[in-house]
Design a protein around this ligand. Structure first.
Ligand code: SAH
Ligand code: MG
Length: 214
C-alpha cells in the first residue's frame, strides 16, 4: 500500500469508526477561536483511547495535559457513570475552556480538571490512585519522570498511554539536543526495554505509545 492509499484507508476508518458529534466539533472550533494551538489528539486517536479504556474496564483515569478538553471528552465517554477522569493543565485559561465543554458534553460529574504543573500535582494525586490508566500528553521533556510516577501508581494490568511518541518524526534524530525530543526518546526506550511493560507504538496521528503494566 502506498502513502496515498494508506491515507485514504485512515479517512475511511475515521468516517466509519470515529465520527465526532456536535460537542467535539464545537470544542475544536472554540479552541481555535481562543487561539489555542491545534495540538489535540485526532478523532481516530480519540476512538483508540476509548477502546483501550474499555478493554481494561477503566474507572479511574489520569490525563496529563488537558488543553481545551478534546481528549478528555473522548476518554470520559468511555468511563462508567461512576468513573472519574482527573486531568491536569498548567494554563488556567485552557482549563476554563475545557471545563466549559466538559459540562456541555454532560460529563461534569465524571471529569475533574486540576490546574497546575503536573510535577507539582502528582505527589498529591497518589492518594487518588491507583489508576487504571494514565494518558501522558503534557510537556515532553518530563515524559520519563511521568513514566516513573506511573510505575508506582497504575495498577497491575492497567495502561500507560502517551501521545506524540513520534514527535513529528524527530524521534529518529539521534543527534538531537531538543529536550522534548530527548524526553520522548528516553520514554520510548524505557517503555520498550523494561520487562514491567508490554508495549508498542501505534502509528496513529503522531504515534501513540501504549504499555500494559505488570
Ligand atoms: N490532551 C490534549 C492536548 C494536550 S496539549 C488533547 O489531546 O486534547 C499539552 C498541554 O499540556 C498544553 O495545554 C499545555 O499547556 C499543558 N502542559 C504543558 N506543560 C505542562 C505541565 N508541566 N503540567 C501540566 N500541563 C502542562
Ligand atoms: Mg499530544
Amino acid at each position: 500500500m502506498d502513502d496515498r492509499e494508506r491515507e485514504r484507508c485512515l479517512r475511511y476508518v475515521e468516517k466509519l469508526f470515529a465520527a465526532e458529534d456536535g460537542v467535539l466539533e464545537e470544542l475544536q472550533l472554540a479552541a481555535s477561536q481562543a487561539g489555542l494551538p491545534p495540538i489535540s489528539i485526532d478523532r481516530a486517536e480519540g476512538k483508540l483511547l476509548q477502546v483501550l479504556l474499555r478493554a481494561v474496564s477503566a474507572k479511574r483515569v489520569l490525563e496529563l495535559g488537558t488543553l481545551g478538553g478534546y481528549s478528555a471528552v473522548w476518554m470520559a465517554r468511555a468511563l462508567p457513570e461512576n468513573g472519574l477522569l482527573i486531568t491536569v493543565e498548567l494554563d488556567p485559561e485552557r482549563s476554563r475552556l475545557a471545563r466549559q465543554f466538559v459540562a456541555r458534553a454532560g460529563l461534569g460529574e465524571r471529569v475533574s480538571i486540576r490546574v497546575g504543573r503536573a510535577i507539582e500535582l502528582l505527589p498529591g494525586l497518589v492518594e487518588e490512585g491507583p489508576f487504571d490508566a494514565v494518558f501522558i500528553d503534557a510537556d515532553k521533556e518530563s515524559y520519563p519522570l511521568y513514566l516513573e510516577w506511573c510505575r508506582a501508581n497504575v495498577r497491575a494490568g492497567g495502561l500507560v498511554i502517551a501521545d506524540n511518541a513520534f514527535k513529528k518524526g524527530q524521534v529518529l534524530d539521534s543527534g538531537t539536543q531538543d529536550p522534548g525530543v530527548l524526553g520522548i526518546q528516553e520514554f520510548n526506550r524505557r517503555l520498550a526495554s523494561d520487562p514491567q511493560f508490554t508495549s508498542i507504538v501505534v502509528p496513529i496521528h503522531d504515534g501513540v505509545a501504549i504499555a500494559v503494566v505488570s
